[in-house]
Write a protein that binds this ligand. Structure first.
Ligand code: MN
Length: 728
């Protein structure tokens, strides 16, 4: 349901308004700029919306369809195109009735469907938090999700009409909606330069949020209005006369402040009501930009300017494209007079902002200066389609990506996180907390289970699934995009590798000491310290890391510890090191021979990499044996209770016939082994035989043997072998 739930469906009253008449009156009143084909499209959209909303009523008791018509009418003030107006008529159909986007697409085309879908998506977002920073993120999220400026314009018109009819809604709900309007929608409207809309949204919100304050201020203002008008009138006349003296033609008008802006000034600047009301505001509209500066000179010669109050927003426009000169003068009655000087085009833009593109579009003439500058402004905010040939097409096609670098998502608690574009579940998890990142295993994204590498989109609700024993995986580094995630994963892996290197170093050193009939437990703290000092290291752990990562040889360190000269240190062969686990930083399993538990193995201490385990018959071992220092080779053996799965590649030559791959895969699965990769030799195409390489995961040689046995049983299989990775 939309934020403005309606009453139950009921049958129409006899004296109820006829929606058809309301719609036609609207077209008569405000559709002057529309072409006959536009009117046709709108009439179809109206028929569809009327049908879908039939029997639904607003809180005011009016038929629901009067609301979408009113929203469309608001948009005609900005001269929005027929697609946007149709979407406005249909904007609540998807959320509140049985019609879906696909149906709208097939009846009204993709353009209308995209706009309706965009508005419906925004309707599903509800802002709950009271935090300032969260409001900013929420606004950005809405803007980022809108993509097309027209979506946000429809949404703002929807909100304006709902605010105008808020009197029929229960007070607590009216307050909630008003707070949301003040925090979210009015600032968005301001950002898009829709000043008149901002004023009305703020005043309506103020009235419903603080009814008492609103009433008091309204009364006070009523009492002063006559006198203020008089003073403004006199000020205007003096200014007009002075401009004329200077040969400047200009239109001078007094500006009435809105109640909400008076209230904000009182609160923000700690001023009393009468202090705020002492300030008078005028606007001067002149022909062109040079005249703005001439007018300013005239004004400064009339009344003394207040120092530091002059701002040139013509040379440096505000972020939303607003342009004007602002100055404050000492008025004739000792009151400050705030004056804005601008051209007609700057004025239109100041009032309607981004909507002035539709409102003041001149199809046959070239773009005027202000349009060009606002177009430049938009281009800096908006991704335009490269193939838009003319201005009209450009405006029609404009797609907003106000924040192309960021994506905004919800935590389960409703907090909004801003992440870099492309961020995945892992980035999100680390943004929540390092511990969550370190232990994440999956996530629920919008209640759907999703893998860790899932890229997040604006508005996603993300809940991370963690496991107490989970830990970061080096593979995550290939898809995380945030600096924090990258840093934390690297940090974890480095620490892990150091820990494991210490353990391995300890075992290697103990093994070496055993050869001299000693063991590591005998070494006392003083000896460690002495030895480390001698080697320019900080202490025991660093020394062990040096050994574990292969930068120092265990045998040499053992000799130094025992003060044994190399000559008389006859070593009787070292015992074997036991390897315990599959995962880990300091022990690696060679990719060339893919050892699995049960294979005869040998370890090679590799500088920097630690201990690398190969099979005895690995060709790389045979090759390296000849040119590697013997002290780098270590006897290793499998722990009896090895855990984990080991990849191994097998090559199968089988008869080439349909369905054979499935047969092979089934045989592997029946031995409880997973297939993690398959490749088929290209060269075999067209021959009677086919060669398939499977990379499978096994716990040990016994399981590998049962896989091989299952495969061999198949009549199609002609040859079968475990292979060495040829590339390594
Ligand atoms: Mn609505």
């Amino acid at each position: 349901m939309s934020a403005f739930a309606k009453a139950e469906r009921r049958t129409p009253d006899r004296d109820e308004v006829d929606p058809g008449e309301v719609f036609h009156a609207f077209l008569e009143r405000s559709g002057g700029y529309l072409k006959p084909t536009d009117r046709e499209l709108l009439t179809h959209a109206f028929d569809c919306a009327r049908e879908a909303h039939s029997g639904q009523y607003r809180a005011s008791g009016e038929p629901y369809i009067t609301h979408p018509i009113a929203v469309a009418e608001l948009l005609t003030q900005w001269h929005l195109d027929a697609h946007a107006l149709s979407a406005a008529l249909l904007h609540d159909v998807v959320e509140d009735t049985g019609v879906d986007i696909a149906e709208i697409g097939s009846r009204f085309g993709d353009k209308v469907a995209h706009l309706v879908e965009g508005v419906s998506k925004l309707d599903r977002m509800h802002f709950a938090s009271r935090e300032q920073a969260q409001a900013e993120n929420f606004r950005k999220m809405l803007l980022a999700m809108s993509r097309d400026v027209r979506v946000i314009l429809i949404k703002l018109a929807d909100r304006l009409h709902n605010m105008r009819t808020l009197g029929a809604v229960k007070p607590d709900k009216a307050r909630r909606v008003s707070a949301e309007t003040l925090e979210i929608y009015a600032p968005i409207a301001r950002r898009l330069g829709l000043a008149r809309l901002v004023d009305e949204l703020e005043d309506l919100s103020f009235r419903h949020l603080y009814p008492d304050r609103h009433r008091v201020l309204d009364n006070e203002l009523g009492k002063m209005r006559g006198r203020r008008r008089e003073i403004l009138q006199r000020l205007s006349e003096e200014v007009t006369a002075r401009l004329r003296d200077y040969g400047v033609e200009g239109e001078v008008s007094g500006r009435e402040k809105t109640l909400y802006s008076i209230y904000r000034k009182m609160v923000d600047k700690h001023l009393s009501f009468s202090q705020v009301m002492d300030i008078y505001a005028l606007r001067v509209i002149v022909r062109d930009q040079p005249t703005c500066y001439l007018a300013l000179g005239a004004l400064h010669s009339l009344y003394k300017p207040i120092h530091g109050k002059f701002k040139d927003y013509i040379a440096i426009p505000k972020a939303n494209g607003y342009q004007s000169l602002h100055t404050t003068l000492f008025g004739p009655y000792g009151n400050p007079v705030e004056i804005q000087v601008r051209t007609q085009e700057m004025h239109r833009f100041a009032e309607t902002g981004v909507a002035s593109h539709w409102l003041y579009r001149k199809p046959e003439s070239a773009l005027s200066d202000i349009q060009l500058s606002t177009t430049r402004w938009l281009q800096s905010l908006i991704e335009t389609q490269a193939d838009s040939p003319d201005a009209g097409e450009f405006l029609e096609q404009l797609k907003v990506d106000l924040f192309p670098g960021e994506v905004y998502v919800f935590t389960p608690a409703g907090k909004i996180l801003a992440l870099p574009r492309g961020a995945t579940v892992v980035d999100f998890a680390y943004a929540v907390h390092t511990d969550i990142g370190d232990r994440c295993i999956a996530a629920r994204v919008n209640d759907q289970l999703a893998p860790l590498r899932t890229e997040l989109r604006n508005g996603d609700r993300v809940e991370v699934v963690t496991a107490p024993n989970a830990s970061p995986n080096p593979r995550w580094l290939s898809f995380v995009v945030s600096g924090k995630a990258r840093h934390q994963i690297r940090h974890f892996l480095r620490t892990l590798k150091l820990d494991e290197s210490v353990t391995l170093g300890e075992r290697l050193l103990d093994q070496a000491l055993n050869a001299f009939h000693h063991h590591i437990g005998e070494v006392n703290a003083r000896q460690w310290q002495q030895l480390a000092h001698q080697m320019h290291l900080t202490g025991r752990d660093e020394l062990l890391v040096e050994i574990g990562t292969g930068r120092r040889q265990a045998l040499e360190v053992a000799r130094s510890l025992l003060r044994i000269e190399e000559a008389d240190g006859s070593v009787q062969g070292l015992g074997a090191i036991t390897v315990h686990s599959r995962e880990g930083g300091a022990i690696e399993y060679a990719a060339c021979c893919q050892p699995v538990p049960g294979d005869p193995i040998i370890g090679l201490i590799d500088r920097g990499r630690g201990l690398v385990i190969h099979t005895h018959d690995c060709p790389a071992v045979l090759r390296k044996r000849r040119r590697t220092d013997a002290s780098r080779w270590v006897d290793v053996e499998w722990d009896e209770h090895m855990e984990g799965l080991f990849p191994v590649t097998i090559r199968v030559v089988s008869a080439h016939k349909p369905g054979v791959l499935a047969e092979l895969a089934k045989a592997i699965a029946e031995a409880d082994s997973n297939i993690s990769g398959v490749s088929v030799d290209e060269a075999d195409t067209g021959s009677a035989y086919t060669t398939v390489r499977f990379t499978i995961e096994v716990a040990n040689r016994v399981q590998l043997a049962s896989v091989m046995r299952n495969l061999r049983k198949l009549p199609e299989v002609v040859r079968l072998a475990r292979t060495r990775n040829a590339s390594k």
